[in-house]
Design a protein around this ligand. Structure first.
Ligand code: CLF
Ligand code: SF4
Length: 500
């Protein structure tokens, strides 16, 4: 069947063909997973990098309270453990939340996962959180349920969580050393008392680790989020990664600290900086040796709706939802057809990739080792190059090398066409994008205008609109090959080839 589009600019968003030729990406890790785990992650946009091009998630903001204080959080805003500060969610009752979920699921069939991630800590609001999960597990059994927590009250809630077939739990673990923790958490609220400093961190860490072990023992997939805070826990997070992997965590998501003075957080007000793109990538690479890393997190808000990176929340405000008539059993049939069509497409993509790998090994091609190149891609979903340069509010960053293509992360920007002359500190929207794309040597998009062309080239970033609607990794490989043919990649002799 024809896939329904996931956003309004329909004609360009349908998923493209197959045969993306990547290697070393999380897709490959996916292919090696046991069947029962693959079943849990193949359509979860956070647990599978591949899935995030096709499947959407939504959050409902039903959990206002929190039982700890993080130095990167201001309670006016959403829980910064899974969202970016600076946006405030509209709070819903469980009944409202369920109505909204059914409305979104009927309208966006690619929405496969409902997460509760704030605006406070979901498990510090157990009645509201579990009432929402209970109703949804009855009324919408085709939706995966997901929750994110700071972990303080996790061990006491694991039993309840397992009642609603919750297969995915995220714990934010920023440290396993209380001395580091004391620099991140000023206090926790524990057994009706406020506890401060090192003792607070010690209790929190013990609860997080215990909760992690209990979830793993129950076969629930655990993702660990860590906020990278330069000078505080950056040196320590590789150790955290090792420990949580040893305990059975499935995925580690190292997120950058976001701290601006205007957010009013402790770190924002004291000038604590977040990491640079390079620092974040270096740490993710360091941790990757030990476990699967998530690199596509968008630090989305507690009421986010849509593909990761897009926000369709305004289409589903409560007043609009109240006017929608939803026949969910009918919607479920349509959703099942859409999911089957996406799966078929993903399967053909995998088969094409496998046959390409076989072809290369049959031909026994000698590999010329060339230097890695970073490229930026403008996309609005479907795994294809399908966004105009000027409309992109973020770029996906890939590294191409003679080893293949690997996904590195995303970088947000101000859309060039919407930014006006200047924004922020007098920087133009184009200046922002040029700064954000630093280090990239090409930007692939469906179209790019005449005006930004020159400044991009002058900054060493080759604009490229020639691969519109092509699968991303395939397009990147073509551009890389063009660069190689043009002598832009200084070839290095592979050590093995030298020996041979
Ligand atoms: Fe939401 Fe989190 Fe579940 Fe995903 S988000 S509760 S695991 S459904 Fe995903 Fe958003 Fe990153 Fe969270 S991109 S902030 S990791
Ligand atoms: Fe804020 Fe979330 Fe930390 Fe609570 S757990 S203080 S809501 S970031």
């Amino acid at each position: 069947m024809q896939l329904p589009v996931i956003n309004n600019e329909a004609s360009e968003a349908k998923a493209g063909g197959c045969s993306a030729g990547s290697c070393g990406s999380t897709d490959d890790q996916m292919n090696h997973l046991p069947e029962h785990i693959r079943e849990k992650v193949f359509n979860h946009p956070c647990y599978s990098e591949e899935a995030h091009h096709y499947f959407a998630r939504m959050h409902v903001a039903v959990a206002p309270a929190c039982n700890i204080q993080c130095h990167y959080c201001n309670r006016k805003y959403d829980c910064a453990n899974e969202s970016r500060p600076g946006v405030v969610s509209e709070l819903h009752t469980p009944v409202q939340a369920v109505k909204k979920v059914l409305a979104v699921a009927a309208t966006i069939p690619q929405m496969t996962v409902l997460g509760i991630a704030g605006p406070g800590d979901p498990l510090a609001n157990p009645e509201r959180t579990f009432e929402t999960f209970r109703m949804l597990s009855e009324q919408a059994p085709d939706i995966k349920l997901c929750v994110s927590t700071n972990g303080l009250s996790l061990p006491e809630q694991v039993e309840e969580l397992s009642k609603y077939n919750i297969d995915h739990v995220t714990i934010t673990i920023n440290c396993v050393d209380p001395d580091v923790g004391a620099q991140i958490y000023p206090w926790i609220f524990w057994k009706n008392k406020r506890i401060k400093g090192r003792e607070a961190a010690e209790i929190l860490i013990a609860q997080q680790q215990k909760g992690l072990e209990m979830l793993v023992a129950k076969g629930i997939l655990v993702k660990v989020n860590s906020v990278m805070i330069p000078g505080v826990n950056d040196e320590h997070l590789a150790e955290v990664s090792k420990i949580v992997k040893a305990k059975g965590a499935f995925l580690h998501n190292v997120m950058p600290l976001i701290s601006e003075a205007e957010h009013g957080t402790f770190y924002g007000l004291t000038g604590q900086r977040g990491p640079t793109h390079d620092e974040l990538q270096a740490l993710q690479d360091k941790c990757e040796g030990d476990m699967n890393m998530m690199r596509h997190c968008r630090q989305c808000r507690a009421d986010a709706v849509g593909l990761l990176g897009e926000d369709r929340g305004s289409e589903f405000s409560m007043d609009k939802v109240e006017q929608m008539e939803i026949n969910y059993p009918e919607a479920m049939k349509m959703r099942a057809e859409v999911h089957a069509a996406i799966n078929e497409e993903l399967e053909s993509k995998r088969l094409a990739k496998e046959s390409k790998v076989q072809l290369v090994s049959i031909q026994g091609l000698k590999k010329e080792v060339t230097r890695p190149v970073l490229m930026a891609v403008a996309t609005k979903g479907g795994g294809v190059v399908n966004e105009h340069f000027g409309h992109a509010s973020e770029f996906l960053i890939y590294e191409a090398s003679s080893e293949g293509v690997r996904f590195i992360g995303h970088r947000k920007t101000t859309p060039y066409c919407e930014g006006g002359d200047t924004c922020g500190d007098g920087e133009s929207a184009l200046d922002v994008t040029l700064r954000v794309l630093a280090g990239c040597e090409a930007v692939l998009c469906s179209k790019v205008g005449y005006e930004p062309w020159g400044p991009l080239e002058a900054a060493g970033i080759q604009p490229n609109g020639e691969h519109a609607m092509e699968p991303i990794e395939e397009a990147i490989l073509k551009v890389y090959e063009e660069m190689r043919a043009a002598g832009k990649l200084e070839a290095k002799m592979d050590e093995q080839q030298k020996v041979a």
